[in-house]
Write a protein that binds this ligand. Structure first.
Ligand SMILES: [Zn+2]
Length: 650
């Protein structure tokens, strides 16, 4: 990835009101991906029993340090952009009803949550829950401020007023000299990660109110993330390039006794990345308004904050992300990239997948480096779509690289869980960054059948239709519905894995296309102009510790027991990784509608080569990793990493 983030472009959609909903209305997905999105929105957003997730706020009976109070905020974080996307009247009524319940539950003190007073702002997930409630209220506010009616304005002002009162409550209890007498980072779990991640909505609140006290509180939270020796230490350890998996043992007690909620430990992936999300938001504000820069040591070079986030994300790519774009085992960093052929349990939690996609989305936004879109795409097509059931009704909590799939957990005595609540947010990262217009340039990061539109700075409209079954096929065709706007550059993301990409404008090949960057088409657009893109998408082998796996473009391939083509554990013969064998994969007809893509391959398999018949290669089948095991039945299993034969003389 190029080191471009210092020459910073502050990109569209952040640090501004309504930023949380940006770009969603510009794109409409069609085809396979569009159908999967529609099914998910229908079952998990529009059909949601809103009273089920708001009831705990009225009851306030949480005595076991659980996280019922995160479910509503996470729901709203997805529901409001999907309301923009669908315009669903039913969804509009649902979110209004939810907000009414939440506002009715707010106490005189400003508190919104489900913990009784004596247990608030301490151990457990109370601050975490308030973070999600703030995010939910701000999303609702952003949506309502975009509407024109007096009724919407009133709804917006009520929501932001409630959010302010909630934040004022947190400041009064846990801010400097707070009533609880404890610093915010010392509450909750994971060396301060969980509670400190409230930074993100605190900065959002500042951006929307311009009230200095929220910026000062944000600074106080960042201080807690940086200065205490036993705290999150998100700056110094990252600037020293300490891998995310090795952040323990630097001033914290690193309790690794095996319980789920661990007080003094820095290995929790989701919570750490959530903190960096806030870090980047805070950096954006200081960058936009240098006058706000606090006079502290760690602010001598404000860009250090972004560098810390970028260093950590790069380490995650190098050390943690597997070929499915997922990461973490038992929700913890563990240098997982080099262990991905092993049967680690609780692999790539959907919460981690979603949060990693959010981090890539944010880094793409602030750095304009398309390498982050490469990562987002890989995670989306593999770990993310694998976690989402084909009928769109549920998310898996964990998705192993080999094994079978199963739905998520029942958390907090409820028929939902953290992953089901987070899942719908993940698709938004793909949607928001699919197409946008910024600085007079148009950008396509992703390729799928869709209608994309946008506005130039002077207000004139642009629109394109994309026709593509990418990444099942290596082609995309973009048709212009834009005319009379003069020359407007259109940037196309060329993935790093596509070594020789061909781009044609009205059948004429354009020179200078390179992998791993944006390719800009400068054209005076007319109706019916056609861009055709052909990606270079061979099957590629990957080896780790005498195991082999195969990818094609962004897709990880898997064998699946539905093909009934033999023993999935049977080793490949030595030499399988040679490019020559990779040319023996062919796209074939899918065996049933529940698979997205299928390939046959003629490959050397098995170790008993003394038998002349066994010397012959075998025909075996592969599907895309997201389709593998997707009937979610125990009898259906799949495998992505395969052993390579061993020889006694090695
Ligand atoms: Zn989860």
């Amino acid at each position: 990835m190029k080191n471009r983030y210092c020459a910073m472009l502050l990109f569209a959609g952040h640090s501004v009101v309504a930023g949380s909903l940006s770009n969603v209305g510009n794109i409409h997905l069609k085809g396979y991906i569009g159908d999967r999105l529609d099914a998910m929105i229908s079952h998990q957003i529009v059909e949601r029993d809103i009273d089920y997730i708001t009831a705990p706020f009225a009851e306030k009976t949480e005595r076991t340090e659980r996280w019922q109070s995160e479910f509503w905020g996470k729901y709203m974080h997805a529901a409001m952009p999907y309301l923009v996307y669908t315009g669903s009247e039913k969804l509009g009524e649902l979110v209004d009803r939810g907000v009414d319940s939440i506002l009715a539950s707010q106490e005189q003190s400003g508190y919104i949550g489900n913990y009784p007073d004596e247990l608030r702002c301490g151990e457990g997930w109370d601050v975490w829950g308030m973070k999600y409630t703030m995010l939910g209220l701000i999303h609702y506010y952003d949506y309502m401020t975009r509407q024109k009616s007096a009724d919407s304005r009133e709804k917006a002002s009520k929501a932001i007023a409630a959010c302010r009162r909630l934040c004022d409550y947190v400041i009064a209890e846990l801010g400097p000299n707070g009533k609880r007498g404890v610093e915010l980072w010392k509450t909750g779990y994971w060396s301060g990660f969980a509670s400190s991640s409230i930074l993100e909505p605190v900065v959002w609140l500042y951006n929307r109110t311009d009230d200095r006290k929220y910026f000062d509180f944000a600074t106080y939270i960042v201080k807690g993330m940086i200065e205490p020796a036993a705290g999150p230490r998100l700056l110094d350890l990252a600037l020293k390039n300490v891998p995310v998996a090795d952040r323990n043992g630097h001033g914290n007690k690193a309790d690794t006794s095996g319980g789920y909620a661990i007080k003094n430990n820095r290995w929790k992936a989701y919570e750490m990345m959530s903190c960096y999300q806030g870090f980047i938001e805070y950096w954006s504000v200081v960058k936009a308004k240098p006058g706000l820069k606090p006079d502290v040591d760690w602010m001598k070079n404000p860009d250090d904050l972004l560098t810390a986030a970028v260093n950590s994300a790069r380490d995650i790519i190098k050390e943690e992300v597997n070929l499915a774009g997922g990461c973490a085992s038992s929700e913890a960093w563990f240098h997982g990239a080099k262990k991905q052929h092993h049967p680690y349990i609780h692999l790539q939690e959907a919460c981690v997948t979603t949060t990693w996609m959010r981090m890539c989305e944010k880094l793409l936004e602030v750095t304009d480096d398309p390498g982050w879109a490469d990562q987002l795409e890989k995670t989306f097509y593999n770990a993310y779509l694998a976690a989402l059931s084909l009928d769109g009704k549920k998310f898996a909590a964990y998705t192993p690289l080999s094994g079978s799939r199963w739905r998520g957990m029942d958390h907090c005595y409820m028929h939902t869980d953290c992953c089901s609540a987070n899942g719908p947010r993940g698709f938004l990262c793909f949607l928001k960054k699919f197409f946008y217009v910024h600085n007079g340039m148009m950008t396509f990061n992703f390729y799928s059948s869709s209608r994309a539109k946008g506005n130039l700075p002077d207000g004139r409209d642009v629109a394109f239709d994309m026709y593509s079954v990418y990444p099942r096929s290596n082609k995309a065709r973009i048709v212009s519905h834009t005319e009379g706007v003069g020359v407007v550059p259109l940037r196309l993301r060329i993935p790093a894995w596509s070594k020789k990409t061909v781009v044609r404008l009205n059948k004429k090949e354009l020179p200078g296309v390179k992998p791993g960057g944006y390719f800009t088409v400068n054209n005076e657009w007319r109706h019916g102009d056609v861009i055709e893109i052909e990606f270079d998408m061979p099957v590629v082998s990957h080896t780790v510790d005498q195991h082999v796996a195969f990818t094609r473009g962004p897709i990880l391939l898997a064998r699946d027991s539905r093909f009934a083509d033999g023993d999935l554990m049977e080793p490949f013969r030595v030499g399988i990784e040679n490019k020559w064998f990779m040319n023996r994969f062919f796209p074939v007809c899918i065996p049933s509608e529940d698979m997205w893509m299928a390939f046959s391959a003629v490959l050397p398999i098995g170790v008993h080569t003394e038998n002349p018949e066994a010397v012959n290669p075998s025909t075996v089948f592969f599907c895309d990793y997201a389709s593998a095991g997707n009937p979610w039945r125990r009898g259906n299993y799949y495998r992505t990493w395969f052993p390579v034969e061993r020889n006694v003389h090695e």
